[in-house]
Write a protein that binds this ligand. Structure first.
Ligand code: HEC
Length: 94
């Protein structure tokens, strides 16, 4: 019983880490984000690197969090998609 509880708690903890916006720069899947950007965003934004330049924040984590909030009202309702796009755009800036 005790072991089961511990396992459940650990899994819940991992799940929360993966979905915490501040960790977005590390958890987003840049490859999946690139597919989304090219399918959705380039229709209106020709150069994804110009979007990277518009991300607001002092660190990659701040920028990913800002973009997640912005995208929630800008064509990307899913949190995981937002983080994937953030990872892709941030990877362009490196
Ligand atoms: C239907 C057209 C359209 C699509 C699709 C679109 N955008 Fe935009 N986006 C705009 C317009 C219009 C603006 C405001 C003018 C500008 O800054 O270029 C904007 C602004 C932005 C900004 C700048 C916000 C700011 O405060 O400076 C970002 C970042 C952005 N879009 C990201 C994205 C991403 C990422 C995608 C793909 C998921 C996307 N957009 C899809 C039209 C679009």
């Amino acid at each position: 019983m005790a072991l089961t509880w511990r396992g459940t708690t650990m899994m819940a903890g991992l799940f929360m880490v993966a979905w915490t916006p501040q960790a977005g720069a590390d958890v987003g899947d840049a490859e999946a984000g690139g597919v989304l950007v090219n399918a959705v965003c380039t229709e209106c934004h020709e150069a994804p690197a110009e979007l990277t330049a518009k991300l607001q924040g002092d660190s990659d984590a701040d920028k990913a969090a800002w973009l997640g909030t912005f995208l929630a009202g800008h064509f990307v309702p899913e949190a995981q998609d937002q983080q994937n796009i953030a990872a892709y755009l941030l990877s362009l800036g490196e």
